[in-house]
Design a protein around this ligand. Structure first.
Ligand SMILES: Cc1cc2nc3c(=O)[nH]c(=O)nc-3n(C[C@H](O)[C@H](O)[C@H](O)COP(=O)(O)OP(=O)(O)OC[C@H]3O[C@@H](n4cnc5c(N)ncnc54)[C@H](O)[C@@H]3O)c2cc1C
Length: 478
């Protein structure tokens, strides 16, 4: 029988998992799904809003990949920190980069670094219980301005506008719920530099935001003059949702949700921390370019959240297009600075195409990448890594062991999953997220373990022949 081919996937988010699923259609391939976090699922666990439980439920379908004896999860291993690109290329036939987009775009305006000016990404990470998140303090915050008119802006605004009673059934960590419980935010602004017809909200999410109980929507723009007949379906439906919101009167409203278009931030104001944001009115010139009109207004606020897009981080040694914030590639094949294909290296998901699309978009994206990889694997000429006389799997495990790494396995993740479910169950919740590295690693490693982001023992968690046999199935942790 032919020796199995071995593929490493860096990032166990939706795109990495879809890539693994697609690879399983090609017999004779063994897959290691690495993630820097001890848990799988990427932004499905740490981005998708906790109150959108039906989307979180997509994890059930993603989890099935771990039922395969040819797939193992190796969490708590970071490319760049723990292993290098060269080491991976030495141990695997091919490497797929699926590391997502973990940074955020900046507004580049004065005052952006004042305390109280943050990225929506960091707010999302906090309420999602990401172990790297810095806690938010909402004491003294009465007005929040979110810059950006996509679904991330909608998510963070909705979380601020919902009552704690509405958020309690979610998986938010207790500390987050406690902070939200006491908040005194009365005004949440969503600001876009172009018009309402250009906003990238999806209509279901926008409508949900504009019809929240006890929240008075305030649409500042005049929508009467807008000819919706020339618009595509989504912007037309968005305008209809905004027109309906203009008619809505919420007599007992405890909060106001403002939509303000045709304004761009020019300065975040404040001495020691944010006290307001100056916005300049914008318009389109004769060529359709966005220009400032010089007409400013200031909105008082104590917190500014920029939600103007995510950006991928370069992976050490891996080609990166700084301008586009992606790994340059042709149909998923990584391309180097000279425009040549880098053999045995592939990209998928947000790091391949930029931070756009819904979770399902990553499935067709992964199919394209895996088709390219499978075609290349069939090419007998493709050089294979120099394993010497060590068997491939042992070579990988030996590499991890030699480096003192103890990856978390799928069985370890199942322990975290069970602990979170039990923690939530005590208060009638389906799950409560555990939000610190120490706790996650202690639970993963079982009783008596000592938490460490770098381990001291050997590689764990082999479904296909590693040290720990692995547990399959079960409910994923959204
Ligand atoms: C706030 C927010 C809300 C969203 N809501 C929805 C929604 O409601 N519905 C929907 O369909 N889509 C939603 N999306 C989009 C969806 O989350 C993305 O399409 C999807 O997660 C992208 O998948 P990915 O695998 O490319 O990246 P990610 O999900 O980011 O996964 C990347 C993984 O790589 C790991 N990683 C990063 N660097 C390294 C490294 N150096 N070494 C090892 N591992 C590494 C990360 O830990 C992470 O687990 C949302 C996105 C955001 C940001």
């Amino acid at each position: 029988m032919a020796e199995p081919r071995r593929v490493a996937i860096i990032g166990a988010g939706p795109s990495g998992i879809f890539a693994a699923q697609a690879l399983l259609n090609h017999p004779g391939i063994q897959i290691d799904l690495f993630d820097r976090l001890p848990t799988p699922y990427g932004l499905l666990r740490y981005g998708v809003a906790p109150d959108h439980t039906s989307i979180k439920g997509m994890g059930v379908a993603l989890a099935r990949v771990f039922d395969s004896p040819d797939v193992r999860f190796l969490g708590n291993v970071e490319l760049g920190r723990d292993v290098t690109r060269e080491e991976l290329l030495g141990a695997y036939d091919a490497v797929i980069y699926a590391a997502g987009a973990a940074e955020d775009a900046e507004m580049a305006v004065p005052g952006e670094n004042l305390p109280g000016s943050q990225s929506a990404r960091s707010f999302v990470a906090w309420y999602s219980g990401h172990p790297d998140a810095v806690p938010f303090r909402l004491t003294g915050v009465r007005s929040v301005v979110t810059v950006g008119v996509g679904n991330v802006a909608v998510d963070v605004s909705r979380i601020l506008c919902k009552s704690v009673a509405e958020l309690t059934p979610t998986d938010m960590p207790d500390a987050v719920l406690n902070e939200l419980r006491g908040h005194e935010v009365r005004d949440v602004w969503v600001v876009g530099r172009r018009g309402p017809e250009h906003a990238s909200f999806t209509t279901t999410e926008l409508r949900e935001l504009l019809t929240l109980p006890e929240v008075q929507p305030v649409v500042h723009d005049d929508l009467d003059g807008l000819d919706v007949t020339t618009l595509d379906r989504r912007p037309r439906a968005n305008i209809e949702a905004m027109r309906a919101a203009k008619q809505r009167d919420v007599p007992d409203a405890s909060m106001r949700l403002h939509l303000l278009f045709w304004h761009r931030p020019v300065e975040i104001r404040g001495n020691r921390r944010v006290s307001g944001i100056t916005l300049e009115r914008t318009a389109l010139d004769a060529d359709g370019r966005l220009i400032g009109t010089g007409e400013d207004r200031t909105v008082e606020c104590e917190l500014v959240l920029r939600a103007i897009g995510y950006r991928a981080t370069p992976l050490p040694g891996v080609p990166f297009d700084e301008a586009r914030g992606v790994i340059p590639n042709r149909s998923g094949r990584v391309v180097n600075a000279c425009g040549e294909v880098a053999p045995r290296e592939y990209a998928v998901g947000w790091i391949k195409r930029g931070p756009t699309g819904v979770i399902g978009t990553n499935k067709s994206d992964a199919a394209e990448t895996v088709a390219a990889l499978a075609e290349d694997l069939e090419d007998e000429e493709m050089s294979r890594p120099g394993w010497g006389d060590t068997a491939p799997l042992e070579a990988v495990d030996e590499l991890l062991r030699r480096k003192g790494l103890t990856p978390t396995s799928y069985a370890d993740w199942m322990r975290i999953d069970a602990a979170e479910t039990a923690l939530g169950g005590r208060y009638g919740r389906a799950r409560t997220k555990i939000a610190t590295w120490d706790e996650l690693l202690d639970i993963a490693r079982g009783p008596g373990s000592v938490s460490s982001r770098r381990g001291g023992g050997g590689a764990q968690g082999g479904q296909h022949g590693g040290v720990d046999g692995g547990v399959h199935g079960g409910q994923p942790g959204g």
